[in-house]
Ligand binder design. Structure first.
Ligand code: C2E
Ligand code: MG
Ligand code: MG
Ligand code: MG
Length: 286
């Protein structure tokens, strides 16, 4: 009896596995088509200073799948990295963002804003990554000072010498770097000091319970102190409440991103938000 049941369970798992594998292969094939079919969209999430004035936005990709609907990058970026598709996808993002920045450069409302693009390890490890980025900027006559690249700490695990050289070459022409999800990885302070970083980005997992969890408060406080002693800016992601923002501000974190200000939105919506912020003066601006 129990043996028969075990057999059934095994067969059941076997079928599940098979289904999972087929689903993954399907998704791979569909992902390959997605660029050609123009199924990717960029969403922009505003980043603000302590007066709620815009500094720019983070660019987040999304996949509008014809049957499955909108798929979060959390689900397809790791797959794209595994099968090498992150290279053409990443290039498409950079191309689109450079073109967008060029348009923004022609409007006084947006000319000073910075767009932050997420970059995967695979992209940065390409031998000609620096040349590709420079060529893309030139193709669109984009000011490199308006482009920020977000790297995660895991990037620093391999070939650190090569990564530093590439970051320095790009930083020299004005591109800024932000270290994303900071605190969740393994950065040694030794490396941090060697990297041309403009900004540390406090991971949202520490921000979430900042009002109630004393160890999260301590971690956030420490990250802000590290940034300040290394002369870097610090930004908090996942800011959802005014209490979180006030705590961050009190501790010296003066840049914020999160649902409190706006969710990620299409470019037209972001531009509408920027116009609104510009026409409604803040009380202390009079
Ligand atoms: P990330 O770079 O850490 O992006 C922040 C994530 O937090 C985004 O999720 C964003 O929608 C979400 N978020 C923003 N504000 C809040 C908030 O107030 N509360 C909460 N709970 N969440 C908030 P998303 O869009 O699903 O992106 C997930 C990850 O996918 C990103 O994490 C990034 O690592 C990656 N990703 C997104 N776009 C790209 C891309 O173009 N290239 C690469 N290589 N990776 C990307
Ligand atoms: Mg990011
Ligand atoms: Mg992040
Ligand atoms: Mg994160």
């Amino acid at each position: 009896q129990s043996k028969a049941q075990g057999g059934n369970t095994l067969r059941f798992f076997d079928q599940m596995m098979q289904k999972a594998i087929i689903a993954r292969v399907d998704l791979q094939n569909e992902l390959r088509q997605a660029i050609k079919q123009q199924q990717f969209q960029l969403y922009y999430q505003i980043q603000v200073d302590s007066n709620s004035q815009p500094l720019g936005a983070e660019v987040l990709i999304s996949w509008q799948h014809p049957e499955r609907g909108r798929i979060s990058p959390r689900h397809f970026i790791p797959l794209a990295e595994d099968i090498g598709l992150i290279l053409p996808i990443g290039q498409w993002v950079l191309e689109t963002v450079c073109a967008q920045l060029k348009t923004w450069q022609e409007d006084p409302l947006t000319e000073d804003l910075v767009l932050a693009v997420n970059v995967s390890a695979k992209q940065l490890h390409q031998v000609d990554f620096v040349e590709q980025v420079i060529a893309t900027l030139q193709r669109h006559s984009t000011n490199p000072a308006r482009l920020k690249l977000e790297l995660t700490e895991s990037i620093l695990l391999n070939n650190i010498t090569d990564i530093i050289a590439k970051m320095k070459a790009l930083n020299k022409i004005g591109i800024r770097f932000s270290l994303d999800d900071f605190g969740t990885g393994y950065s040694s302070l030794q490396y941090l000091k060697m990297l041309p970083l403009d900004e540390l980005k406090i991971d949202q997992s520490f921000v979430r319970n900042i009002a109630t969890d004393s160890s999260d408060r301590a971690i956030v406080h420490t990250i802000i102190t590290i940034a300040s002693s290394l002369d870097m800016n610090v930004i908090a992601e996942g800011v959802e409440t005014n209490a979180q923002r006030l705590f961050l501000q009190k501790k010296g974190c003066l840049r914020y991103q999160g649902y409190l200000f706006s969710k990620p939105v299409p470019i037209k919506e972001l531009e509408a938000i920027l116009k609104r912020l510009n026409t409604i003066p803040l009380p202390d601006k009079k």
